[in-house]
Design a protein around this ligand. Structure first.
Ligand SMILES: NC(=O)C1=CN([C@@H]2O[C@H](COP(=O)(O)OP(=O)(O)OC[C@H]3O[C@@H](n4cnc5c(N)ncnc54)[C@H](OP(=O)(O)O)[C@@H]3O)[C@@H](O)[C@H]2O)C=CC1
Ligand SMILES: O=C(O)C1=N[C@H](C(=O)O)C[C@H](O)C1
Length: 236
């Protein structure tokens, strides 16, 4: 018996990540993009995919999961739509507020929810290494330096803040620094330093397709699951 493809809504479709998701969705088995949503639209249908403005969200066709890579100001309506329609919600939008983080937890009572500051496997591994290093290096200075392209609006990056939470779980008190230069996709250096020595743990992303592929796989695997708050490591 063939399984019906997971029907996807891509939110933030005109953005750097939205464009990567649309480009790669065609290569990912088990899914079909049924709606692309962005703040303002030009053409109604692009490459056979219906496009909608953010204000048209309530009228989008039925979908099984939404993937959101928009901005904090676009986050609330798409989360609310998923909760209302009983659809899975996958989001990588960073710079969201504490209230929006709480809204994710509230929605997870009704639908499967996955929010991740970084959808790469490499950063998921780095996160665990940072926590282990912090736990082993009591009293060492911990600094997180993140570098991104000049168009990035939030700082520190969501990934840097998540790595800082991992370091804090290990007992460190991380400090942050942000660089904005060129077209850097995303680099995170976590340094532990003490008298006479230091350790550097570094992740360098050179293609944002790694994030898009992670989010697409997560959405296919999350759709249809029981309500709850899921992590990347639960699904990748
Ligand atoms: N978790 C992860 O692995 C990753 C997370 N990110 C995060 O994803 C987010 C997007 O990044 P990026 O693609 O570079 O950003 P872009 O600025 O390139 O794209 C943002 C998209 O969101 C849309 N948008 C903005 N506001 C609204 C709104 N109110 N309603 C509907 N759509 C809206 C924009 O539409 P329009 O063009 O019409 O304005 C655009 O399509 C950022 O928060 C970034 O940090 C990025 C990479 C990886
Ligand atoms: O804005 C970006 O580009 C990225 N943002 C995410 C973050 O804020 O951590 C993930 C990745 O570093 C790319």
């Amino acid at each position: 018996m063939t399984t019906a493809p997971v029907r996807l809504l891509i939110h933030g479709a005109s953005g750097r990540m939205g464009q990567a998701l649309l480009r790669l969705a065609g290569d990912q088995a088990g899914l079909q993009v049924v709606a692309a949503v962005q703040r303002r639209i030009g053409q109604r249908v692009v490459d056979g995919i219906p496009h909608f403005a953010g204000s048209e969200l309530p009228g989008v066709p039925a979908f099984d999961a939404a993937i959101d890579f928009s901005l904090p100001e676009g986050f609330d309506p798409v989360l609310a739509l998923c909760a209302a329609r009983g659809a899975a919600f996958v989001s990588g939008t960073t710079g969201i507020s504490d209230a929006q983080r709480q809204a994710l937890r509230d929605a997870s009572q009704r639908i499967p929810v996955l929010w991740a500051s970084n959808f790469s496997l490499g950063v998921a591994v780095l996160d665990e290494l940072v926590e282990r290093a912090a736990a082993a290096l009591d009293g060492w200075d911990c600094d997180i330096v993140e570098s991104h392209h000049t168009q990035k609006k939030d700082a520190p990056s969501g990934t840097a803040l998540s790595l800082g939470e991992a370091a804090a779980r290990g007992g460190a008190q991380p400090r942050y620094a942000s660089l904005r230069a060129g077209d850097i996709v995303g680099e995170h250096l976590v340094q532990f330093a003490a008298a006479g020595e230091r350790i550097e743990l570094v992740h360098r992303a050179t293609n944002r397709d790694i994030f898009a592929r992670g989010a697409l796989v997560a959405a296919v695997r999350l759709a249809g699951r029981p309500a709850g708050l899921y992590r990347v490591r639960d699904l990748l």
